[in-house]
Each structure stands twice: as C-alpha cells, then as structure tokens.
Design a protein around this ligand. Structure first.
Ligand SMILES: Cc1cc2nc3c(=O)[nH]c(=O)nc-3n(C[C@H](O)[C@H](O)[C@H](O)COP(=O)(O)O)c2cc1C
Length: 398
C-alpha cells in the first residue's frame, strides 16, 4: 500500500490499515512484531478479521440521511460513540509516553481509557496528567493478595470505577516471534540490534535517555535497584496468578466495590457464570489472537454469547476492530460497545496523541458513514435484522 503521509500531516492518513503500514515502517522489527503479531500460525488473529468480513450489512434504502444517533450510555456514562481504548501492556515500546498519549486522545473525545496492569505509565501519573480521564483499570490477578489489594486500592484512589479482570492470559500465548527476537529477557538478537540502529527516530522516541521503561504500576513493589524494564518483567513473571478460578472472581467481586467486568470470555456458559456472580459486564475477546491459537473469532463468539446476556449486563467486544463498519456489525450482533487495541496503538506509534486521535476519529467517521449508508438512524435500532450471511443464505435473528 502506498502512503502519502508526510511528516505529521495525519489528515493524509485515511484508514487504520494505513496507520498500521506507517507504524510498520517506523518501528524496529521486534517492536512491530510485538504490536501486530499473534500466537503460533496466527489463525485466530486472521479469524478475527474474517469473522467480520463474512458478515454483511443488510441496508435499507430511501432513508433520509441525517446525522445518526451514535450516543450510548455505557456503565453509567454517556459516550459519543460506543468505543473505548482497551488495555494494552508495555505501550512504552511504541512511544515513551504512549499510555499518556492514549489517555489524552480518548479523553479529548469523551471516551474511556483502560490502563493495563503492565502499563509503563502508572495509574497515578495518568490521573495527575489527564485529570478528566474516564479511567478504567485492567487487572492481572496477582499471587500475593497484598499486592493485589494494594493495586485495587490505588486504582480506587486514582478514580477508577470500572475494573476489567483479564482471564485469558494465565500462561502466555505461544508467540514465536518473541523467542526469535530475543536471546534472553530484554536482550535482543544481533540482527535485531542492528535493525534498531536503522530506526533513529524510534530510538529518540522510546529509548532516549533512559532505555526501555519499567512498568509504572509495579514500581512501588520493586526494590529501588530493580525499578527498570528487566526488574518489572521479572516481577510480573513471578506474580501473575496462574491458578485463577471462579472463586477468585467471586472474592474479587466482594473486594471491589466499583464496576467489575470479565475480559476474555468466549463461551456462553462462562457468560452465565459471570452473570451469576453479579458482574457488571463481559468483554468478549481472544486477546487479539495473541493467546489461545485456534480460538473462535471474537464476532463468532459474540454471536453465541449475546443471546445469553441479552441486556442483563454490559456486553463489550474486542479483537479485530479496524473499521467503523466492524463497530456496526458488533452492535448489530448485541455488543454495547467495542474496545480498541491495535487500532489506536498503530496511531500512537506513528504520531503519539495525534496518531491515536486520528485512529479514533477515522473509526468514528467511518461508523457514522456506515450508519448513514445502512439507512440506520439510531444505533439503538441495530439488531441482527441488519445483517445477512450471504454464504450460508441465512439471516441472523435474535
Ligand atoms: C501489544 C498488545 C498488548 C496487550 N496487552 C494487554 C494487556 O496488558 N492486558 C490485556 O488484558 N490485554 C492486552 N492486550 C489485548 C487487548 O486488550 C485486546 O484484547 C486486543 O488488542 C484486541 O485485538 P485487536 O488489537 O486486534 O483489536 C494486548 C494487545 C496488544 C496488541
């Protein structure tokens, strides 16, 4: 794909795919693979896109074109468009202050920003520097209950009212590129070191002056000498709880008084269990195809889960959103809102806050145009009746 992007003229970037292509050129190979890669043969990564492309919008004609209603109330807050920036760890590999840039871009558009446990900028720093942020926090459960309690109380102090527990990463997915690119933790292979030297702008943007950043939320738990990238990676490797189960989630429900969502749900039986525990919502997600290879595409899973949930709790989806029409399809199949992962990360890698903002604006504009072309005046009207699967000659219902 040819891109006519010059300097910071982001108005010349017309799609998330184009932002991705620019990010690929700007990042050293290892960082690009970290951002874009999936597990093993990347079948699930590909399925995420395929599951969207197999669903077709069944438009109505001769519906006058007005700005469609795209606002939605989600978990007590009004959103101009039902999307938010989802949690992604170690964004500092793309841009030193990527977490802040993402938080600013989301906040400027009235959208929530979800910070990962393994972010580089701490939740306190996000709140201090972006005071109006609608901050969500994604929790990786910790083996040490005191560490987990401390993270939760800090999140509450930082104004977080929505917590996402990620349940699909108890062991790390098989990301072969990661093992290829590093000879040992944080030590790049020679080929990758040479490749890094070919990316002076990235070196300036990420590595200068202090090298790869540590994980801000975890720093208080680390001895001063280990408050660095290696120390925090070692810490999270030791602390992430691999024995997570439903009883842990029930305890978390008691422990956390704010809204609690489970992220990484693909099976309707798990949606039932989450409802029984009184959770406030689910994120249907396969972690962007980075975890279980061979997992269902996110939209495939949504189709199974939505009929079970049916307005009883918030239903969110991520994994594969790259176009405004994807948002329309997800909403038609029962999602209340979508989370963005790589889409806004491509933007931040290209041009910090402006790049993330461009990704959000592109998706918003595409979403509005899609609704107009569908003849859909209000997202509240979206339902499976707006979809057709031309291959199966079936129409989705309920
Ligand atoms: C680079 C990267 C880092 C991620 N880190 C986390 C994380 O720390 N916690 C988490 O719950 N999900 C994490 N995810 C998964 C995202 O929250 C989300 O599920 C995924 O990106 C959605 O797929 P998409 O980016 O293809 O749309 C990460 C994804 C990427 C691409």
């Amino acid at each position: 794909m040819r891109s006519f992007f010059r300097g910071r003229d982001l108005s010349r970037v017309h799609s998330i795919a184009e932002l991705a292509e620019l990010a690929r050129h700007r990042l050293p190979h290892f960082a690009w693979e970290y951002l874009s890669g999936g597990a093993e043969d990347e079948l699930t990564l590909a399925r995420n896109r395929a599951s969207f492309s197999e669903v077709h919008l069944h438009s109505r004609t001769l519906v006058p074109c007005h700005p469609p209603v795209t606002q939605r109330r989600l978990l007590g807050r009004e959103l101009a468009v039902p999307m938010l920036i989802g949690p992604t760890g170690y964004n500092g590999m793309l841009h030193r202050d990527a977490d802040l840039h993402l938080a600013r871009a989301a906040t400027a558009r009235g959208l929530p920003f979800c910070l990962s446990t393994v972010s580089n900028v701490s939740m306190e720093a996000i709140k201090a520097q972006v005071p109006d942020v609608n901050l969500w926090f994604q929790l990786y459960a910790m083996r040490d209950p005191e560490i987990q309690a401390s993270l939760l109380s800090r999140a509450q102090q930082a104004g977080v009212d929505t917590l996402l527990l990620t349940s699909d990463a108890m062991v790390l997915g098989n990301r072969e590129w990661d093992r290829r690119n590093f000879v040992r933790p944080r030590e790049l292979s020679l080929g990758n070191k040479l490749d890094v030297l070919r990316h002076p702008r990235w070196l300036r943007q990420v590595m200068w002056p202090n090298g790869l950043p540590s994980m801000g939320n975890l720093e208080p738990f680390l001895p001063p000498a280990e408050r660095n990238a290696l120390g925090s990676m070692k810490f999270i490797g030791e602390q992430m709880d691999t024995l997570l189960d439903w009883s842990m989630l029930a305890r978390l429900r008691d422990q956390w008084s704010g809204r609690l969502l489970l992220k990484g749900v693909l099976h309707p039986a798990d949606a039932e269990k989450a409802m029984a525990l009184g959770l406030d919502g689910l994120v249907v997600s396969n972690h962007g195809g980075r975890q279980l290879e061979g997992a269902l595409g996110s939209l495939d899973a949504l189709r199974l889960i939505a009929p079970v949930v049916r307005g009883k709790m918030a239903l969110l989806l991520d994994s594969g959103i790259r176009r405004g029409s994807d948002i329309a399809k997800a909403l038609a199949l029962g999602a209340d809102a979508v989370l963005l992962g790589r889409a806004t990360l491509y933007g931040v890698a290209v041009a910090a806050e402006q790049g993330a903002g461009r990704a959000l604006d592109l998706l918003h504009e595409e979403f509005v145009r899609t609704l107009n072309l569908m003849g859909c005046a209000d997202i509240a009207d979206l339902s499976p009746d707006w979809l057709a699967d031309v291959h199966a000659h079936s129409i989705y219902r309920g």
